[in-house]
Design a binder for this molecule. Structure first.
Ligand SMILES: [Zn+2]
Ligand SMILES: [Zn+2]
Length: 181
């Protein structure tokens, strides 16, 4: 099964995310606040709270996602793991406040840390670049590059990139800058 692992975009320590994907209305969903993805599923709705992203998806059309996602060279350090290839955790010394041990980041990579979910352990991502006239950060580009069969719409509305992938996946990603009018 060649399917995008939605857990890759779940950051258990982010308040903009749920720690794991959830199911609502026949969709398995995940988001980290900057990118949201969902795939059709026959699983029952999740118990408890979930983020109401159905409205977000309803506001976009995915019919025009026909442009194949380009192969992007990974020539930048992965900012999610500081190029280490391992998933950082809250620094146990300063509990996220920032200290010398964590280079004031508040997060550290530990020797037993699992592979970074963004770069899958490579430590490298694409550099930030424009897709459809909108600038996207390397982290988002790395995650979208991992979507099998990815196609996107070059017609970007309100700085949101829409894309689709195999298994009926739909995705939204936020550009770096919002045009002010
Ligand atoms: Zn620290
Ligand atoms: Zn990484």
């Amino acid at each position: 099964m060649n399917e995008f692992d939605l857990r890759r975009i779940c950051d258990p320590e982010s308040i903009r995310s749920l720690g794991s994907p959830w199911v609502v209305g026949g969709w398995k969903c995940a988001t980290n606040g900057f990118v949201a993805m969902r795939v059709p599923t026959t699983e029952a709705d999740s118990e408890g709270d979930y983020l109401p992203i159905a409205k977000l998806f309803a506001a976009h059309t995915f019919d025009d996602c026909t442009t194949p996602w380009p192969t992007l060279p990974c020539d930048a350090e992965c900012s999610a793991c500081y190029g280490t290839g391992k998933q950082p955790r809250e620094c146990s010394r300063c509990l996220g406040m920032g200290c010398k041990s964590c280079s004031e980041r508040g997060k550290r990579v530990y020797s037993k840390s699992p592979p970074c979910p963004v770069c899958l352990g490579a430590g490298r991502t694409p550099d930030q670049q424009c897709i459809g006239g909108e600038l996207f950060v390397g982290n988002l580009l790395a995650l979208i590059s991992g979507v099998p069969g990815c196609r996107y719409s070059s017609d970007i509305v309100d700085n949101i990139l829409t894309f689709v992938g195999d298994h009926g996946l739909q995705g939204l990603a936020k550009g770096k800058y919002r045009e002010t009018q």
